[in-house]
Design a protein around this ligand. Structure first.
Ligand SMILES: NC(=O)c1ccc[n+]([C@@H]2O[C@H](COP(=O)([O-])OP(=O)(O)OC[C@H]3O[C@@H](n4cnc5c(N)ncnc54)[C@H](O)[C@@H]3O)[C@@H](O)[C@H]2O)c1
Length: 269
């Protein structure tokens, strides 16, 4: 008997941790998973006030959401994240490693500071949070889902993002390594590679010190970029959230160790 369409995307009774869920793509993911019935723990570095818009939207549809303010770059916060999810919701079935930073910097200007911060947030945090979550899932013997938000830049560098690209290439291989080892416990591990998505982070990609001239050039470049895309629009957080729902649901039960590209056709240009 096939699983019915009604239950295929039903996450009722499941608990999901979403890092970076206060805004941008993570906010879209938190809302979509909650709408599918999951209890959602948002973990983000910003004050709770900045996550209230997302949380209120979830409350409005009768969803369950909790918030933990934490810097995921610090591995010392991993235990607190796991404990919070268990304390509030009693279990963990889905981990979405979404929080990430990206800042333009030509390779000629690489800095150790940005390298370390980027690697700690984008690559080390998913590794150690995934380690803790898979150990929990193995002990509970109920399997689970890990979904890492990588980037199209892990497949095709867009320029001026070498540190970021290296971190996301790492995320893609981390996904495969985890998938290979934990499949036997019923845990699937996949990553989603978004193309350009409209988010607060993407709007600030040049950093705070960009001149008006640089901002204007960036805007013109973006318009050109969007026109060149086969689907001729930027991605929205919802596009990535829908792919996340698929990978978190029973619809993707036999998929592990792969990258789901959600890029409006960017890889084709
Ligand atoms: N926006 C895009 O075009 C795009 C494209 C490809 C991949 N991505 C990836 O998608 C993910 C989300 O990107 P976004 O565009 O929504 O970014 P964003 O900057 O709009 O949101 C990122 C969220 O992560 C949180 N965060 C940042 N550092 C953190 C830390 N140390 N600890 C906890 N939370 C932290 C921020 O507070 C924010 O809520 C990132 O991993 C990014 O690399 C984005």
């Amino acid at each position: 008997m096939q699983t019915s369409i009604k239950t295929l995307f039903d996450l009722s009774g499941k608990t999901a941790i979403v890092t970076g869920g206060a805004m941008g793509i993570g906010s879209g993911i938190a809302k979509r998973l909650a709408e599918a019935g999951a209890n959602v723990l948002i973990v983000d570095i910003v004050e709770k006030e900045e996550a209230l818009e997302t949380m209120n939207e979830i409350y409005e549809i009768g969803g369950k959401v909790e918030y933990l303010q934490a810097d995921i770059a610090k591995t010392s916060n991993v235990d607190a994240i796991i404990e919070k999810a268990i304390m509030v919701f009693g279990d963990i079935h889905i981990l979405v490693n979404n929080a990430g930073i990206f800042k333009y910097l030509p390779v000629t200007n690489l800095t150790e500071e940005l390298w370390d911060r980027t690697m700690n947030i984008n690559l080390k945090a998913p590794a150690f949070l995934s380690k803790a979550v898979v150990n929990f899932m193995i002990a509970k013997k109920h399997g689970g889902r890990i979904i890492n938000i990588s980037s199209i830049d892990s497949l095709k560098p867009s320029g001026n993002l070498a540190t970021y690209d290296a971190s996301k290439g790492g995320v893609r291989m981390l996904t495969r390594s985890f998938a290979k080892e934990v499949g036997k416990y019923g845990i699937t591990v996949n990553d989603i590679a978004p193309g350009g998505v409209n988010t607060p982070g993407a709007a600030k990609i040049m950093g705070d010190q960009a001149s008006q001239e640089q901002m204007d050039a960036m805007k013109a470049g973006m318009e050109q970029f969007v026109k060149s895309l086969p689907l001729q629009r930027m991605g929205e957080p919802e596009d990535i959230a829908n792919a996340t729902l698929f990978l978190a649901s029973n619809a993707s039960a036999y998929i592990t160790g792969t990258t789901l590209v959600v890029d409006g056709g960017l890889l084709l240009i």
